[in-house]
Ligand binder design. Structure first.
Ligand SMILES: C[S@@+](CC[C@H](N)C(=O)[O-])C[C@H]1O[C@@H](n2cnc3c(N)ncnc32)[C@H](O)[C@@H]1O
Length: 344
């Protein structure tokens, strides 16, 4: 999966006669780690959207091409339209013409998957500048949309990763039986997420499964972005963030009742954190012996094997499935593995 990112968020500049102006932005297409730029051509549609309305016609639509080898793409939209346009708040969207990456209910696809970016609202008469956030507008099945904000900077915690587990929650292909059964339970399901980042997995669960009471957890530095996402989702009753550092003691009152499901997405990339993460999973499972662990892992380096070696000592691997996840920066197929673990 590749992501369109704003390196410079959009801003509007009037021409001297103030009858027209230009919207400027700078974008890139990069992997979730941001360490490599996408090495394939991508046809892009750039829309200037009326900031207050999702349904009204775009104020302008322009096409650009991201060319293999580019590191950045400068966007300039000249506006010479009616005066009233300049009193609006606008959102700049940058989407690939093939928007398969934004429909997580269909993903598991091969080929280039590039996720669209929506800016924060900004003023077309100056004054309101786009904040340093980018919104992903994702379809998560049953015609449901999930809106997730991330920061435009480089923080690992404050942007979304490869969407692996979110896709799995509503993947329409072959499914993981244990995850299905757990989510399909009629009684309330206490769910804890470790390393939730912006909260995409927990938000998808709370949005799709009304029986899920979700506690996303992460380091305190992720709190602001996840709380913003929870507030925007309107799901506050079903999802509440708690700080949890894998290197600290686990608070006794983390959740009101025993856990039924523990979810972990893309948290196994750092081998030095593996002992702490396994310790936390073991302690949580000891407190809630019936809990099922659903873990999504995109292998980036052989050193990550240590996590699975440690898991094998404490847990039983019940199921495993591999999903295609588009292509990496070089155009090579990329996969994600999803595991179900439980105490023996
Ligand atoms: C690669 S991000 C994945 C975020 C999210 N799960 C996703 O898929 O979008 C890894 C997350 O693990 C969190 N993390 C790393 N070390 C941690 C620790 N010691 N305690 C708690 N969370 C940690 C990071 O803050 C980050 O949000």
């Amino acid at each position: 999966m590749q992501y369109i990112r704003f390196l410079k968020t959009p801003r509007f500049v009037y021409t001297n006669d103030r009858r027209s102006g230009t919207v400027f932005a700078l974008v890139t297409i990069a992997s979730d780690l941001g360490e490599s730029f996408f090495l394939q051509d991508v046809a892009l549609t750039i829309k200037l959207l009326n900031g207050e309305s999702w349904t009204s016609l775009p104020l302008s639509v322009t096409r650009y091409t991201w060319k293999a080898g580019m590191r950045t793409l400068k966007i300039e939209l000249d506006l010479v339209k009616q005066k009233e346009m300049f009193h609006r708040t606008a959102v700049l969207s940058v989407s690939p013409e093939q928007t398969a990456a934004d429909d997580l209910s269909q993903s598991g696809a091969a080929g280039p998957l590039v996720s669209s970016a929506y800016s924060s609202p900004f003023g077309l008469s100056g004054g309101i500048e786009a904040e340093g956030y980018v919104e992903r507008r994702l379809i998560i099945g049953w015609k449901k949309a999930l809106l997730v904000w991330e920061e435009t900077g480089e923080s690992i915690a404050r942007h979304i990763w490869c969407n692996t587990l979110t896709s799995e929650i509503k993947n329409e292909g072959k499914r993981l039986d244990v995850l299905d059964k757990t989510l399909g339970l009629s009684e309330d399901l206490e769910v804890l997420e470790l390393g939730s980042g912006c909260g995409i997995v927990g938000l998808a669960l709370a949005s799709l499964y009304k029986n899920c009471l979700v506690t996303p957890t992460d380091l305190p530095l992720a709190e602001e972005i996840i709380v913003k996402n929870i507030e925007c989702s309107g799901l506050q009753g079903n999802i509440n963030f708690k700080p949890l550092d894998w290197d600290q003691n686990i608070p006794e009152n983390l959740t009101a009742r025993p856990l039924g499901l523990i979810v972990v997405a893309d948290c196994t990339y750092n081998a030095s954190s593996a002992p702490s993460l396994v310790r936390v999973l073991a302690e949580l499972s000891r407190r809630s012996p019936g809990a099922v662990i659903s873990l999504a892992h995109k292998k980036r380096h052989d050193s990550e094997d240590v996590f699975f070696q440690l898991m094998d000592k404490s847990f039983r691997k019940i199921e495993q499935i591999q999903r295609a996840l588009g292509t990496d920066s070089n155009g090579e197929a990329s996969n994600v593995d999803i595991y179900i673990f439980q105490l023996p």
